[in-house]
Design a protein around this ligand. Structure first.
Ligand SMILES: C[S@@+](CC[C@H](N)C(=O)[O-])C[C@H]1O[C@@H](n2cnc3c(N)ncnc32)[C@H](O)[C@@H]1O
Length: 416
């Protein structure tokens, strides 16, 4: 299972250990869901169906439940898009708060910070891609930083409901989802691919969801974890060296942004997996969790020397990261330079925010304020793309870029 990192609200651990010296946090993260466990351990209960039909502008439901997880709907969420939520009472309160904040916003409105979509016609179209089913293709040339899609979810389902509720009870609630979504959203929802077979909605959710954490209620580490389904986002296929990245912000907006130049007709991809893992591990994960053989350019290398070189670079990045994250370890300017170059050589344009943050901090630790500011600015640019403008790393790099010599890291590797 992949980790369920961080939450919208709860502070957790830093993405780079050096930053823990400022404050402890972890950037908000959402990633593709792993294979779903179908444990059947928790008792469930069922209540009477809701008496009131869903109305356009209020939350309905709360009477169809499996244990502590109940079904709620709001047809006005996201500007008529509608949402169905299967969660605890605490989870519902969190979603209501988000809906309240988002109510004033229309996603595609100009001036909305979430909708910096390139102007003009859609930047992508959906088409069959050999060996992958449908995929997203660029309809024109795109550049790093171009946002190609922003969407709010159509369904949120608590992780424990999805993974621990007995199948029959789970499918009983999931079977009501389509009838509670507005017609247009329902059509998008059912067009999503399934992979596991069986119950249609359950299959769609397990094949196409992202993990989001609404913030716990203190009753357990997974209390805020939800599967979030964004039907229009579900056409992005996987690549271990993707040309686009995504994050889900505190208003549950999923945003996908291009990280390198993309030619018209080129497929737009995101990574479902840990791009930093060695090839065998990535391929295993794609096979086991997603049921496909990863044939992306990096996995499809046929020359064993090239494979070994790629895995070697990833191992070296991990080793250097260990040293760069430890103020007491032996680090020179060449170490930092080598670390950054490895990301470029390995085509890791989707993972630059952390790399540049580590570089900026280390240049400052070594008393190189010019380089520290240069990399802090690069980290801000990459962080806005990978994690969003509100990400703690982005703010931390703003602080460093403003006045490197007043930063706690200044010359700290040199004994001041
Ligand atoms: C979220 S869907 C992506 C869109 C999907 N291709 C469709 O037709 O709707 C995930 C599924 O797409 C397929 N897929 C995604 N990336 C792939 C890749 N790199 N190679 C082969 N199949 C892939 C797998 O079947 C996977 O379970």
């Amino acid at each position: 299972m992949s980790d369920w990192r961080t939450s919208l609200s709860a502070p957790t651990c830093p993405s780079t250990p050096l930053l823990s010296q400022i404050s402890c946090y972890d950037p908000w993260s959402s990633s593709r869901l792993p294979d779903v466990q179908r444990n059947q351990s928790e008792p469930i209960s069922s209540r009477e169906p809701p008496k009131t039909p869903p109305s356009k502008d209020e939350w309905t439901g709360g009477s169809r439940c499996a244990g502590e997880y109940c079904l709620y709907a709001n047809r006005a969420f996201g500007g008529e898009r509608g949402i169905v939520v299967i969660t605890t009472a605490h989870g519902l309160e969190k979603v209501k708060a988000i809906a309240g904040r988002a109510a004033a916003k229309t996603l595609e409105d100009e001036g909305d910070s979430h909708s910096s979509l390139p102007s003009g016609p859609s930047p992508f179209y959906v088409e069959e891609v050999s060996g992958k089913g449908l995929g997203m293709l660029a309809s024109r040339a795109l550049r790093r930083g171009d946002v190609v899609l922003t969407r709010v979810p159509a369904l949120l389902a608590h992780r424990n409901f999805m993974e621990r509720t007995p199948r029959e009870e789970r499918e009983r609630l999931l079977g009501l989802v389509l009838s509670l979504l507005p017609a247009a959203t329902r059509r998008s929802f059912v067009r999503q691919a399934g992979r596991f077979g069986g119950h249609e909605v359950a299959d769609i959710v397990t094949t196409n969801s992202f993990q989001v954490d609404l913030g716990g209620d203190g009753t357990g580490s997974s209390a805020g974890h939800h599967y979030a389904n964004f039907p229009e986002v579900s056409r992005f296929n996987h690549d271990c060296r993707p040309n686009a990245v995504f994050f889900v912000d505190a208003d549950l907006v999923h945003r996908t942004t291009v990280v390198r130049d993309v030619a018209p007709g080129e497929e737009l991809t995101i990574s479902y997996l840990d791009s930093m893992a060695p090839r065998a591990e990535r391929q295993h994960r794609a096979r086991v969790a997603w049921g496909f053989e990863c044939t992306c350019a990096q996995c499809g290398l046929t020359d064993e020397t090239a494979v070994a070189a790629s895995d070697g670079r990833l191992a070296e990045i991990a080793e250097l990261e260990g040293r760069l994250s430890d103020v007491k370890s032996e680090v020179t300017l060449d170490t930092v330079d080598r670390y950054v170059r490895l990301f470029a050589e390995e085509k890791l344009e989707a993972k630059l925010a952390g790399a540049y943050t580590t570089a900026a901090l280390n240049y400052n630790l070594l008393g190189k304020s010019g380089l520290a500011v240069k990399y802090a600015r690069l980290a801000i640019e990459a962080g806005m793309i990978e994690d969003g403008p509100a990400a703690p790393d982005v703010e931390a790099m703003r602080v460093l870029a403003r006045d490197p010599k007043k930063h706690f890291t200044w010359r700290a590797r040199l004994g001041k």
